[in-house]
Structures are given as C-alpha cells and as structure tokens.
Ligand binder design. Sequence first.
Ligand code: XIL
Length: 324
Amino acid sequence: PITQTLKEKAKFKIGAAVKMKDLQNEANYKNAVLKHYNQITGEFEMKMASIWTSATAYNYTAADYLVSFAKDNNMEVHGHTLVWYDSFPEWFKNAKYDSIAFEAKVKVYITDVVGRYKGRVKSWDVVNEVFADGGAMRNETVINSLFKDPIGFYGRCFRYAKAADPDAKLFYNDYSVVIDGGKRAAIKKMVTRFKANGVPIDGLGDQFHYATDTNRQTMKTGFTDMASTGLLIHISELDIKVNTGKSDSYVFNDTEAQKQAETYKYITTMYEELPQAQKFAISTWGVTDKYTWLTSFWHYKEYPLLLDADYNKKPAYQGFLDGL
Ligand code: XIL
C-alpha cells in the first residue's frame, strides 16, 4: 500500500514545535521533522524571554536559525508567542514601568520582531493564555495590575503586529478552550469586542494538551462553539497524554497505544469537518516521545506524540492520518 505522510495527506499545514538544539544535534530528529511536517514553531526560541535578553539587546540567534531552516526546507513558521505573561523577561518585570512606558516597550518589541520576520513568519500567536480556568482574567500577569482595561491593551498588541506585517495571520492562543465553557465564553466575548472595534484578529488557537480520557463529546461541542466565531482555527500544541495518573509504574502497552490512536483520529476527524476556509493547521507540541515537554518540563513518564523514541510511527500516527 502507498503510505502517505501527514503533510502529504493533509489539506492544511501540519506543524511541530521544535527546538533548535535538537535540529542541530540529532540527524534522526531533523529527518523526522522534514519527513512528516511542513510547518514549525519554536518551542521557546521565539518567546519574549528568549529574544529580549536586556533593555538594550535582542538575541535573534535561535529564532533566525529556525526561520532559515524553514525557508531552506520549504516549510512555514508559526511564531509563538509575542505577549505571554509567563515569558516576560525578568529585567522587564523588574523595571516596574507604568502602563504607558510598559505599552511603549511592548509596541517596540512587537514592531521589531514581527518586522524582522515580515513575509517569513506567516502567522503569530500575538497573545497567549490571558484567561484562567473558568474565564476570569488570569491573575499571574502584571498586565491586570497595570491596565484598567487589559483586553484593550491586548487588542492594541494585535494592531501593532498588523502594522508590522499586514499579511501575517494573527492568533489568540490558549489551552482548554474546547473543554472549558467559561474560558471559551470569555474568549468569544473578547473576539466579539475585537471585531466590533476592527482589531485585526484572524484566528484562535486551542493548544489541545488533552488526554485519552478527555470527554470527546465535550471536546466536540466546544470545538463547534469555538468555530462559530468564524475565525481560523488552529490546533496549536497537540499532544495526548496516556499516563493520566502520572504514575512511575505506568506501562505504555498496545491497549494504551490503541486508545491514544482513537483519540487522535477523533480529533483530526473533527478538524476535517471544519469549513475549508477555517482550516489553518494542526501542530503537535513536539516530534518524538523522546523529548516531550511533559517529561522534560513536568517530569513524569509520558508518551503523548505520534513518533516513539526511535522515531517510528506509533498507532497514534495512523490514527491521526485516518481522520484526515
Ligand atoms: C513550554 C515548553 O514546552 C517548555 O519547554 C518551556 O520551557 C515552557 O513552555 N503552553 C504554551 C507553550 O503556550 O509555550 C508551553 O511551552 C506549553 C504550554
């Protein structure tokens, strides 16, 4: 039988979050990215804390590397992310700017970064993770204490990005969007306000860090509701957890692999049902189980991706493909 890869079969982009160091150091990793994917996102290389190293300096080394890697290999870049509370550099938070100075700095940052990659980074997560579970404004972020109207500030961030690259597609990105009705309502309210005021938002990303036991009907209902905005829809950081109890003795066996494959199939089938005009990309948060952030960042055994630690296709890969 003819076996297609993900990017060959899909009628939209198939993205992966990648790390520069893995692309540089491991041929098998790089080859897997090239074989299966046609869009990349830096796992942290294009975050504010990575680029904006001091009040007077940018470090573009890693971001530039990813952008030329993509160009050389005919892939797109999805930029992640311009404004995220969790990635404001320490020096920036410590500077204790007032709202006017803070916004002026962010405007310069957005203008410089989006401008540098104009035409080469085709899409950006302009704003990431503004809402807490349930839909209240997230209180970790300095923005809430600085601005009386945080949403107004976020809207202006979209305008700054648009001015720097009018052709780039601009996204709001968050997690649990399709399973958290309160958060989704807050996002929809923001989108309605943005549209009414001409804020240039093109799309919504749901990260899709879910699990084999995430309720599918809930997911589907939420997905339909999210799509009712009419915006582009990005499944932006997809991975499907199997070790839902985070147990050290967890064994990833055939039954578990099959459950995971079915979940992936359910998700890609759901995405396929979107009107073509709202399709943008499905992007996985990583490439191989060898390097999933759930293990490196959250420190427990996980197998959430489409390729195993030896870069072989898992049943999840076939499941993903079957839904397309
Ligand atoms: C994570 C990366 O995977 C980690 O390597 C990093 O150190 C912390 O951030 N939501 C997001 C991503 O929008 O930026 C996060 O990435 C995962 C959750």
